[in-house]
Design a protein around this ligand. Sequence first.
Ligand code: AOF
Ligand code: ZN
Length: 363
Amino acid sequence: MTGPDMQADDERWMAAALRLSRRHVGLTADNPSVGALIVSGDGRVVGHGVTAHGGRPHAERVALAEAGSAARGATAYVTLEPCAHHGRTSPCADALVEAGVRRVVYGASDPDPRVNGEGAAILRRAGVLVDQLLLPPNGERSFEGFLSRIRRGRPFVTLKMAVSSEGFVGRVGEGQVAISGAIARCQTHLLRAEMDAILVGFGTAVADRPLLTCRLPGLESRSPRRIVLDRHLRLPLDHPLIDTAESVPTFIATDVAEAARLAPFEARKARIISAGAGDLRSFLIGLVPLGIATLLLEGGPILAQSLLKADLVDRVILVRSRHGIGGPGVAMPAGLNALSGFLRKSDEEFGDDRWIEWERSPR
Ligand code: AOF
Ligand code: ZN
């Protein structure tokens, strides 16, 4: 098979590998979730793999283990360039060569300095046919955190807000107000499951007393770590995020350093991290060594506005309800009214809500 038929087949298999990679998004830090398929000459999947929980083994290893001798002469579809470095095991590029794979089609180049083209080079030197396939729009979504961490040294930041028909994100002086409906809420919990961490500001933490967990039946164990940005350490000790810190990790990002003030939080299993001394960019950079490459900001409007202003938001998700909540309302951050430098990527209806996503336009 050659020409357009082969191209169409390659695109189909790569799309399948990308879908596969989504399974472990949020579970592989600080490795990206990669998908790999081994396809025999007669078009059968003889092996499939996703980067395992915690980041190892890599996707190719999982797929090759399943394929066994059927990998000989087969084509491997991998969403990211196979690695070239010796970690706990030998490089995936070597493993593909040893298994006798005839051709490797990969998606994104791996910008990790230990790989960076060397994975493809190892394969070519061993006589394997290598093709890079441009990923479809959204194709990089499974490893956007990884790319952000390597290229910019900070996590990929998604800002999500529910907005009422009046443009309110809450009511003045009140705690949590239901703005979006059931379907959008499930979608939000799914989004949480795919994140390395969720961030809220101190004000929202106190006003809403949120749990910030993933509560979809069957996915409860996928709750990401929760971070409260609380510079002055004013979070009450009886807060739900502290009460549950033993089962779902809670981080308090603060500028306070006095051991005596930190001790009661630590005794309740909350972890104290640096808030970056007033600088949001250094706060974000400080999250990378904790294995946080994707961060979801779920509240509140003041922190959202500060991150937007500092140009530190990569995706904005607005969940716009058709319903009002009445006033006096808390207005949505001004920066969200005129999103400059962002491109609208999608617009979906979930019941009475519109789920609209914007991404920072490439520069
Ligand atoms: C692959 N397949 O499934 C993934 C890859 O710490 P290590 O040894 O596990 O290596 C981490 C690096 O491996 C990571 O920075 C990225 O370059 C690559 N991830 N590579 O061949 C995979 N997850
Ligand atoms: Zn590898």
